[in-house]
Each structure stands twice: as structure tokens, then as C-alpha cells.
Design a protein around this ligand. Structure first.
Ligand code: MLT
Ligand code: MN
Ligand code: ZN
Length: 305
């Protein structure tokens, strides 16, 4: 089973077009040891030819161009992307759907009813796409039952309802429902090895600790280092949890949560905001993560399990 990280950044990317925070500015000037990153997406494949795109980022075309395995070139019009699954309806996870409109057949699209409702009303992507390729809608359960994707029979998937936030444009932003945000459990049918992906995660429940403890690898919310990161930089009035993201540092933070997992679990932070100091490869924050056995995802990262 293969995972390719297409985009390891949170919404905005790194550097962000209008941002002059120390990270974005330092990356542009070449004064920081850090790597640019595109917005939040991974691709998953059982056979290395047919892929599930998990999230369709605004950077999808760049990401496809940087991942030759996503273009198997079997026909005059072709793509390795056989289906798309959405973790939530956030702009950084759904806007790329509009870039996939040149298909000749409806795009197989998997999402919860809550996400389908946001992307057919507040941000009416499915309605827009109906005038192009259209979508073949498959509703995702959130009760941990198995998901079978006809176009990708080799994948064994389960979804998990998570505590986070629907997008700012959703009428449910202030009143999240189960199904607004999900995590994805991917199982290797040959070995039983599992990977868990959750780019937006506000609370790590005991059930989630148990689920992650049984994984070979977890890729979880790496958005913010501190709860007031955006506030301290004067970039936003909101704290990390107001945006549905558990920060890494501090009591009860993601580092503490990941420390609960057995040593054999590979721990990777993903969906990283451009303000996060752990992006700087020689920072104290990065050294702290390394000491805890935690990795920081980068674009092009390949994970086999
Ligand atoms: C988030 O993950 O909180 C959002 O994607 C932020 C955004 O809309 O850029
Ligand atoms: Mn996001
Ligand atoms: Zn920035």
C-alpha cells in the first residue's frame, strides 16, 4: 500500500501569496532552511497505477505535474486518479475538484452527507461540475463501517468522525456536526497494516488513541505549533482550536497525544500552516519533534506500509 504526500501545507500553502511572516519571508529571501509546500492532499494506491486522491487542493495541477505516477498514459485522455475522497469541505480540500472537470465521465466523489451539503450549497462545486464532467456521488458512512470504491477495488478503507470544524462558509461553522470532518483509516489487505490520516483534528479522544496505537503510520494535524500562533503574529484573532486544530505544543497538545502511542507507530505531522516554526529544519521546535520521534511531512513524501 502506498501513500504519496501531494501537499503537506495547510490552506494558503508555504509561502502564502500575501504573507510576510518570518517563515514566508525567510523562505522567499532564502535565509531559512525550509522547503516550500503546496496545500493539503495525499494520494493512496494499492497497485501504484490507480490512485485515490484524498482532498482536491487548489494546487492539484502542480501536484499532478510533480507526481509522474499519477499519469499512467494508457490513453489519449487518462489519469491515475480513479476517485476523490474528501476529509471535509474546506476550501483547501475541495477547490481542486474544479480543475478535474475535463474528464469524459462523471468523477467518482466520496464524501459525507454533511460535506456534500456544503459543496452543493455554500460553495456549489457539484452543481458547477454538473455542467462539465459531473460527479458520481458516493456517500461516506461515519460509523466506522467499511468503504468500498468500485473504481479502486484494492483499497480497504474506513472513515472515522472527528472533532474539528466545518469551513467558515458553512452554516454549521459554529455548531459542528459529526461528518463535517473525518479521518481515514487505510488497511493493507495483504498484511493488515494500517495508516491513519487526519489533517484536521481538534481533539484526540481515548478511542482515537487506541485506533492510532494499532497503526503502522499516522499522519495527523500539524497546523499550528502554539494555540495563539496566528494571534501573536497579528494575523488572526482566532486561536488554533477556534479553527478546529489542536496545536502541537503545550499541555494536552499533539506531541503529548502522540507520545501515548507505542514506539513502533510512525508519527507524521501534516497540514502545516506557514506560520509553524517546525517548518524550519534547524529550529528548536523541529529538534523537539525529532526527540519525540515525530516527523514533519513534505511534498513528495512516500510512505509504504
Ligand atoms: C483550515 O484547515 O482551517 C482551513 O483550511 C483554513 C482555510 O480555509 O484556509
Ligand atoms: Mn485546511
Ligand atoms: Zn506566512
Amino acid at each position: 500500500m502506498r501513500i504519496r504526500v501531494l501537499g503537506s501545507s495547510a490552506g494558503g500553502g508555504f509561502p502564502q501569496w500575501n504573507c510576510n511572516c518570518p517563515n514566508c519571508d525567510g523562505l522567499r529571501r532564502g535565509t531559512l532552511r525550509a522547503q516550500a509546500r503546496t496545500q493539503s492532499s495525499i494520494a493512496v494506491s494499492a497497485d501504484g497505477t490507480d490512485w485515490l486522491l484524498v482532498n482536491a487542493s487548489p494546487d492539484i495541477l502542480t501536484q499532478i505535474a510533480q507526481a509522474p505516477e499519477l499519469q499512467p498514459a494508457r490513453a489519449i485522455r487518462d489519469s491515475g486518479i480513479a476517485a476523490v475522497l474528501l476529509m471535509d469541505a474546506q476550501i483547501d480540500h475541495v477547490t481542486g475538484l474544479l480543475m478535474l472537470r475535463e474528464r469524459k465521465t462523471p468523477l467518482p466523489l466520496l464524501a459525507t452527507p454533511e460535506v456534500f451539503s456544503d459543496i452543493s450549497s455554500g460553495f456549489p462545486i457539484t452543481g458547477i461540475l454538473s455542467h462539465y464532467c459531473g460527479v458520481q456521488r458516493q456517500e461516506l458512512p461515519i460509523d466506522a463501517s467499511a468503504v468500498h470504491i468500485p473504481a479502486l477495488p484494492g483499497l480497504q478503507l474506513h472513515t472515522v468522525a472527528l472533532s474539528s470544524k466545518p469551513p467558515p462558509y458553512s452554516p454549521f461553522r459554529g455548531n459542528p456536526r459529526p461528518g463535517d470532518n473525518i479521518g481515514l483509516l487505510i488497511t493493507n489487505p495483504q498484511t493488515g497494516a494500517k495508516a491513519f490520516y487526519a489533517p484536521g483534528l481538534a481533539e484526540v479522544t481515548p478511542a482515537l488513541v487506541e485506533l492510532m496505537s494499532n497503526c503502522a503510520v499516522v499522519l495527523v494535524d500539524g497546523t499550528f505549533w502554539t494555540h495563539d500562533e496566528m494571534q501573536r503574529l497579528g494575523l488572526s484573532a482566532k486561536a488554533a482550536l477556534d479553527m478546529g486544530h489542536l496545536p502541537q505544543s503545550g499541555p494536552g497538545g499533539m506531541i503529548e497525544q502522540l507520545d501515548r502511542l507505542p514506539a513502533g507507530v510512525r508519527k507524521v505531522l501534516i497540514h502545516i500552516n506557514n506560520t509553524n516554526p517546525m517548518l524550519v529544519e534547524d529550529s528548536d521546535e523541529r529538534a523537539e519533534l525529532t526527540a519525540h520521534g515525530i516527523e514533519v511531512a513534505h511534498d513528495g513524501m512516500q510512505i509504504t506500509f
